[in-house]
Design a protein around this ligand. Structure first.
Ligand SMILES: [Zn+2]
Length: 89
């Protein structure tokens, strides 16, 4: 698992040919959104958030599926590593 925090107020340009970041994530992962990635949450994911990992001074940005409630979280929380999709710019 990975400790992350949500990046608020960032303006990341959605790559062409995608309707949303959820669509982009589904395309990259080859699967549909299902569970919220927060390991202590059992809700269905409804959106995708931009996050940064707390460990290793990792400055890369990732997209991760979250439910509506978790997508407004402040501070750090744990998600499943496999759900993180790095944004390569
Ligand atoms: Zn959640």
């Amino acid at each position: 698992m990975a400790q992350v925090h949500i990046l608020y107020g960032v303006n990341v340009v959605l790559p062409p040919n995608f309707s949303s970041w959820s669509h982009w994530w589904e395309s990259k992962k080859g699967k549909k959104l299902s569970k919220c990635s927060n390991i202590v949450c059992n809700n269905e994911a409804t959106t995708c958030a931009h996050v940064q990992r707390e460990e290793f001074n990792d400055s890369k940005w990732h997209v991760v599926p979250l439910c509506e409630k978790c997508s407004t979280k402040r501070g750090s929380f744990f998600v499943n590593d496999i759900d993180l999709q790095e944004i390569r710019t």
